[in-house]
Design a protein around this ligand. Structure first.
Ligand SMILES: C[S@@+](CC[C@H](N)C(=O)[O-])C[C@H]1O[C@@H](n2cnc3c(N)ncnc32)[C@H](O)[C@@H]1O
Length: 233
């Protein structure tokens, strides 16, 4: 079963990330592209929302405050990420959020369960992105919508070097290719656009993802890819 083996590899890698505190530190990196996306999603207070690849759970907690009479589920293939997300959420007053260990290819919910699905910086790791998008389509209610944010995509040349740096297989697709996967799954009103990260670039960069601060600046100028679509009525 290649999918199961792939999920084991993902679990191992992201359990390592969790142990390094990345579940928590990714909030700072991803919030600048997530905030404009949440504004577009226009939540009603009683909606059911799913976050796929919820990591440290910061977005699930944010969503829970936006749907106070609804419910939010975060799923993640990494049990360590889910543990940490549960622990951090237990320290808050939030009562309408939960987390489950699960891969996107078998979401533990019945058909038509959610009004909205969001996923941030996760989909290019999924062993079979087309199957993941079909599964999201299955759990969405008619008229529900899916919103996927991606920093690693073919149209942005300043992220292609990540393939060598990441220790797990990834899918480098273009905006058009992601949109095609949405349409093939049955989504309508499919579109993709760029979400520019307005964070000021530091004068020097010492991390491993970019050669220097100039490259980081160019990467941010290209923006993240946001792909979205709706399930027909
Ligand atoms: C780069 S992290 C992003 C975490 C979080 N969305 C955030 O923005 O802070 C990617 C997350 O996706 C999860 N993930 C990767 N493949 C997955 C899959 N097939 N199903 C569910 N979660 C997955 C990882 O375990 C990890 O927590």
């Amino acid at each position: 079963m290649p999918q199961m083996a792939a999920n084991d590899g993902l679990r191992e890698e992201f359990n390592r990330w969790a142990g390094e505190g990345k579940g928590e530190s990714m909030e700072k990196e991803h919030r600048p592209i997530v905030e404009p996306t949440l504004a577009m999603m226009q939540f009603a207070r009683d909606e059911a929302v799913l976050d796929v690849g919820s990591g440290g759970g910061w977005l699930v907690r944010e969503l829970a405050t936006r749907v106070p009479q609804g419910r939010v589920l975060g799923i993640d293939v990494s049990n360590e990420m889910v543990e940490r997300a549960r622990r951090a959420t237990a320290e808050t007053k939030i009562e309408n959020a939960e987390f489950m260990v699960s891969s996107v290819d078998a979401i533990p919910r019945e058909d038509n369960a959610f009004d909205k699905v969001v996923s941030v910086e996760s989909s290019y790791y999924w062993p079979d992105p087309a199957a993941g998008i079909r599964e999201i389509f299955r759990v969405l209610k008619p008229r529900g919508s899916a919103w996927i944010l991606i920093n690693y995509y073919r149209d942005n040349p300043y992220c292609h070097q990540w393939a060598k740096l990441l220790q797990i297989p990834t899918h480098l697709l273009s905006g058009d290719e992601w949109a095609k996967l949405f349409r093939s799954a049955g989504f309508v009103r499919v579109a993709h656009q760029r979400i520019v990260d307005p964070t000021p670039t530091p004068e020097s960069y010492t991390g491993r993802w970019f050669r220097d601060a100039k490259e980081l600046e160019a990467f941010r100028r290209e923006g993240a890819l946001l792909v979205h679509g709706s399930k027909p009525a």
